[in-house]
Write a protein that binds this ligand. Structure first.
Ligand code: HEC
Ligand code: HEC
Length: 310
């Protein structure tokens, strides 16, 4: 009995020592300790943003980061005098920019960056101001202000651990490059049958920036926004909506819905003429096109991305 016990003890000891050694070997060979099995295979960056709950109250950065989060999530309230509609940044960059499908995680590592729409190099502050005057239908924020500093501090915090210029696999995923020729009347039906109206209201005016933001009308983004392009709207709808059933709409359904939403009136951006100095995309839905759709004579194949229906 005693002898048996000793044999078992030795066996366990050997196993423990072996496990500990092989474990430390693994660590030495592994650059990233938290690598998921999938990531180990592809070598892709892991999606692992730090939680805002982990902020250290004694860190002098914390206050600014928290203020930045508030500005990002409650923009129409917290930056009322700069925002011209009823949206927050989170209306499109869900969960405070942490949602993987329209993510802001790592965004600070991608700037400065050449911006094709403006035809010049953009800082992150320039890019945020781009969303301010288009998506928020508002005014720019002073790049040196406390507000801009806080927003950048927040975005830098959720980008922690990602290196400057790194290839981010979850960046800019919401684009449908090949769009089946849409049908606006079908889109209008889907708006009801897919339940969009329960959160975004029958008239598209929304139920709240973070419960169902305005899709068209005075409280929505203007037609200079990225979302006013067919490729971006169709891609966004398919990857993000309806909430809880993401990725379930077919290309055709998402295209029909995007066409319906973008055929409705919305604020007009007054800087279209300065955009895309070196030639732009063909999918921007401006007032002329909205009018043509509403009058029943728009040719969708004007848009290069549209694949004509048989
Ligand atoms: C109406 C929707 C909408 C709203 C509201 C919005 N954005 Fe955006 N944002 C977009 C789209 C669309 C893009 C471009 C994505 C693409 O091209 O695939 C974008 C891109 C960005 C980028 C560049 C991302 C990159 O990887 O280069 C930043 C930074 C950004 N937004 C910040 C903000 C901030 C800050 C706010 C609030 C002040 C905001 N956005 C509000 C739709 C929106
Ligand atoms: C359960 C409520 C809900 C339903 C149903 C829903 N949405 Fe949304 N929608 C939201 C919320 C909340 C946001 C803000 C972003 C987020 O949290 O994902 C949003 C954001 C959007 C946006 C970007 C913001 C804007 O103002 O343009 C579009 C476009 C959109 N939804 C379209 C649709 C369409 C089309 C449908 C139907 C297929 C739909 N949604 C169904 C709640 C909903």
């Amino acid at each position: 009995m005693f002898k048996n016990y000793k044999i078992w003890l030795t066996a366990i000891l050997v196993l423990v020592v072996f496990a500990a050694c092989s474990n430390s070997n693994d660590k030495d060979n592994d650059e990233e300790e938290n690598a998921t099995p999938e990531e180990e295979e592809t070598g892709e960056l892991a999606y692992n943003p730090p939680s805002i709950d982990d902020l250290d109250p004694d860190d002098p950065m914390t206050e600014s980061i928290q203020y930045g989060e508030e500005l990002f999530n409650e923009t129409n309230v917290a930056l009322d005098e700069h925002v011209g509609n009823e949206l927050s940044c989170m209306s499109c960059h869900a969960d405070g920019g942490l949602s993987q499908s329209s993510s802001m995680v790592g965004v600070t590592t991608q700037f400065p960056q050449f911006n094709k729409r403006a035809g010049k190099v953009f800082t992150l502050e320039d890019r945020i101001n781009g969303c301010m005057v288009r998506s928020m239908n508002g005014e720019m924020i002073d790049p040196a202000s406390e507000e801009m500093t806080a927003m950048v501090a927040y975005l830098a915090y959720i980008s922690e651990g990602i290196e400057q210029g790194e290839d981010i696999p979850w960046r800019m995923l919401n684009t449908m490059e090949e769009i089946p020729e849409p049908d606006v009347a079908r889109g209008e039906e889907l708006y009801e049958t897919k339940n969009c109206m329960s959160c975004h209201a029958t008239d598209g005016s929304g139920t709240g920036a973070n419960s169902g933001p305005a899709l068209w009308g005075d409280d929505s983004f203007n037609d200079g926004a990225g979302m006013s392009r067919m490729t971006k709207m169709a891609g966004y709808i398919q990857n993000n909506m309806p909430i809880g059933e993401e990725y379930e709409l077919s290309d055709q359904e998402a295209a029909d819905l995007a066409a319906f939403v973008l055929s409705q009136d919305r604020p007009i951006y007054d800087g279209h003429d300065e955009d895309w100095p070196n030639g732009g995309p063909s999918d921007i839905m401006n007032q002329e096109r909205r009018d043509a759709i509403q009058a029943g004579d728009f040719d969708w194949t004007e848009i290069e991305n549209v694949i004509p229906a048989e």
